[in-house]
Design a protein around this ligand. Structure first.
Ligand code: NAD
Length: 468
């Protein structure tokens, strides 16, 4: 594996120190990432500040640059996908999809308009509401979809006229570093800087005086720390945090027809998706048939090294997360849960865990009440839809949720009663570049994607002109 470098002011910068990055399929370090020092972060921030002036003034150029970014990602898809699979664990086909999604997001965002609204205009006065960029954006990302989630920030922040310093997770820094290297040729120097390091580096980014806006995706606990770090300087924040998504399955569904979609809604990326199904509520009449169908799928899914083309699911990304999922499953067992399939580690190398289905779990058991973020799904029966909605909403989380029924009108009505940012009907994880994505309650503040996500990287300015 070749060297990975920081991108600061359009240049390749080596780390004074490095840290090891583990391949979760083997549990062994396979590459080194630069550990950005505070002085190097200062250089990245100064470069971003310097670049802001010219960048914020040329909207046409910004659109073209985003389109060039899309092309650059597509051109480097094979290399990037391999890096992503090795550090994240996901199967190569899924890594390729993530990168293709990143290119789609760059392209789509390039076409968004930055609105100028005229609220009053007569012979004496013209009042316009415009959108200004903030300046330097600090972007901090997690390890589950490192490239796509970075691009959700980079593309709209840059289109709006901001410059950016990206700090990926220490578990998956390499694909972001590589992205920075690839985009050096197409993004002007200083506009996009990529630095890697530990959690402390994230803290430095969120406290840095150059940063005017923080866009963060990660856990609720870190989101709260970032909000607190931003407060003394009144930095703006967008927080995309954890979820504990319910899916509510009504008795009129055909279990065979919905089972595949339900399974992948929960187990995609080995359950490491913020908006994966994390609690499955099933109406009593179809509870057993749904369980049987899901168990069949869980038993036949091939779990293995993402570089093996036969693998459908990879390992859990990192040791602490692997230990957490194991602990949640063990604790549920101790509290009376029945394991329908899975329940154990797979093999002795790496962080593989069997796709696990649990029943007979009470609502207050941690695997139901907390975000498991791994391949273990509790399945809970319900008798009345009102009861299911109440249980679905009885949480601090509010990212998304879904309703499954043959009556789509009723499904949409039930989905609208879920206290969350996105309510799906007969699907889950149907995330689109043109619709806002974000969480209610503890799942976040603000949204990403579509025109709403773009506006999150701007602030309002009124231009009030006395014509005479
Ligand atoms: P995490 O909060 O541990 O880390 C996320 C990022 O924050 C990393 O880059 C980390 O280095 C950095 N960080 C850690 N401490 C920091 C601090 N004090 N100040 C600044 N930065 C700090 O989250 P994770 O474990 O990497 O990701 C998993 C979580 O992310 C899950 O809860 C998942 O639901 C959530 N997530 C949410 C979305 C969404 O769009 N809502 C998408 C993906 C993941």
């Amino acid at each position: 594996m070749s060297q990975f470098t920081l991108t600061i002011d359009g240049k390749s910068v080596a780390g004074e120190r490095t840290f090891g990055v583990i391949n979760p399929a083997t549990g062994k370090v396979f590459a080194q990432a630069p550990d950005c020092t505070r002085a190097q972060l200062d250089l990245a921030m100064e470069a971003a500040q310097r670049a802001f002036r010219a960048w914020s003034r040329d909207e046409a150029k910004r659109r073209q640059v985003l389109r060039d970014c899309a092309e650059a990602v597509k051109k480097n898809l094979t290399d990037l996908a391999r890096v992503l699979t090795q550090e994240q664990g996901k199967p190569l086909a899924r890594a390729t999809e993530e990168l293709f999604g990143a290119a789609v997001w760059f392209d789509f965002t390039a076409g968004l308009q930055i609105p100028v609204e005229v609220v009053f205009d007569d012979e004496n006065t013209r009042v316009e509401v415009r959108r200004r960029p903030y300046g330097v954006v600090g972007a901090i990302t997690p390890w589950n979809y490192p490239v796509l989630l970075a691009v959700w920030k980079i593309a709209p922040a840059l289109l709006a006229g901001n410059t950016l310093v990206l700090k990926p997770s220490p578990f998956t820094p390499l694909s972001s570093l590589r992205l920075g290297e690839i985009l050096r040729d197409v993004v002007p120097a200083g506009v996009l800087n990529v630095v890697s390091g530990g959690n402390e580096l994230g803290q430095w980014v969120s406290e840095h005086p150059a940063v005017r806006k923080i866009s963060f995706t990660g856990s609720v606990a870190t989101g709260k720390k970032i909000a607190a770090a931003a407060a003394p300087d009144l930095k703006r924040v967008t927080l995309e945090l954890g979820g504990n998504d319910p899916a509510i399955v009504l008795k009129d569904v055909d279990p065979k027809q919905v089972a595949q979609k339900l399974f992948w809604g929960a187990f995609m990326n080995s359950g490491q998706v913020c908006s994966a199904i994390k609690r499955l509520y099933v109406e009593e009449e179809v509870y057993q048939p749904i369980l049987n169908e899901l168990a069949e799928i869980a038993k036949t899914v091939k779990v293995g090294d993402g570089l093996d083309p036969a693998s459908q699911l990879g390992p859990i990304n990192n040791k602490p997360q692997f230990e957490r999922v194991t602990e949640l499953v063990e604790e549920a067992k101790r509290q009376g849960a029945r394991i329908v399939t899975g329940g154990h580690r797979l093999g002795s190398e790496g962080y593989f865990f069997e796709p696990t289905l649990l029943t007979d779990v009470a609502e207050d058991v941690r695997i139901v009440a907390e975000e498991q973020f791994g391949p273990a799904l509790p399945i809970l029966p319900f008798r009345s839809v009102d009861d299911a909605i109440e249980r679905a909403n009885a949480t601090h989380f509010g990212l998304s949720g879904s309703v499954w029924t043959n009556d789509v009108k009723r499904g949409a009505e039930i989905a609208s009663r879920l206290e969350c940012g996105t309510g799906w009907v007969n699907q889950h994880l149907a995330i689109r570049p043109d619709a806002p994505f974000g969480g209610a309650k503890w799942s976040g503040i603000g949204v990403e994607n579509g025109p709403w996500g773009l506006l999150g990287f701007t602030e309002l300015q009124v231009i009030n002109v006395a014509k005479k």
